[in-house]
Write a protein that binds this ligand. Structure first.
Ligand code: AMP
Length: 224
């Protein structure tokens, strides 16, 4: 596949609950580029009634990572697809140093230049409150929060009118604590790595969704 040179190829990184998914969805709406969430891909995979699907489901519920091999294969297949031709936002990948190294290698091989790795910074005490309150519409996936983003009409999705909502299985206090430990231990080392490679940009993720999105547009030079 030939990639365009003027595409937008970015990575959104940061602790669980920092707003990667929310901001990636907004950027996708504005630019039309592909949003690739490895967490979403894994949750879909974990729905399968196969031994591997069930094993993965249990691992996700404990807040454990999937293997680098599995993730890398999934991502490589996805970024080769036609809809990623003009760019992608990688959300939740790379999450370990080996994944970061392989991503750089893959990009080089495919002749794609990564524009930047954007770290969304949010302190731990805010993260817990954000994650424990979030839920989404089961029909269209629109995201809500008990405190920060309620639907306009109680129990009805603003986007599609759906009335059924769900919380993620891994959005409970114990699992979030494990996810934060894994973030510090396994994902955080990718930050200095990307800084050394001249790719790192950081954004303060503590403001409102619109405020953070505005700052991201500035960093990525997106004109509205
Ligand atoms: P997320 O939706 O990004 O919060 O991801 C949900 C869960 O999927 C994480 O807590 C991990 O267990 C797993 N996961 C997502 N992306 C990766 C990755 N790149 N490598 C390993 N595990 C991942």
């Amino acid at each position: 596949m030939t990639k365009t040179k003027d595409g937008l190829f970015v990575v959104f990184t940061g602790a669980p609950g920092c707003g990667k998914g929310t901001q990636a969805r907004i950027l996708k709406e504005r630019t039309g580029i592909c949003h690739l969430s490895t967490g979403e891909m894994l949750r879909e995979f974990a729905k399968q009634n196969t031994p591997l699907g069930q094993e993965l489901k249990a691992a996700l519920e404990r807040g454990e990572f999937a293997t680098d091999e599995m993730i890398i294969e999934m991502v490589e297949q996805r970024i080769d697809a036609e809809d990623c031709r003009h760019g992608f936002i990688l959300d939740g990948f790379p999450r370990t140093l080996p994944q970061a190294e392989i991503l750089e290698h893959m990009m080089k091989e495919k002749g794609i230049k990564l524009n930047c790795v954007l770290e969304i910074q949010v302190p731990d005490e805010i993260i817990m409150e954000r994650i424990l309150g979030r839920y989404s519409c089961m029909k269209c996936g629109a995201g809500y929060h008990d405190k920060f983003q309620k639907p306009k009409v109680y129990g009805v999705c603003d986007v599609c009118g759906g009335t059924e909502f769900a919380r993620r299985q891994d959005d409970n206090r114990t699992t979030v604590q494990n996810r934060l430990i894994n973030y510090r231990l396994l994902t955080y080392p990718t930050i200095p790595y990307f800084e050394r490679h001249g790719l790192l940009k950081t954004v303060d993720g503590t403001g409102t969704i619109d405020a953070v999105s505005g700052k991201i547009n500035e960093i990525l030079n997106i004109k509205l």
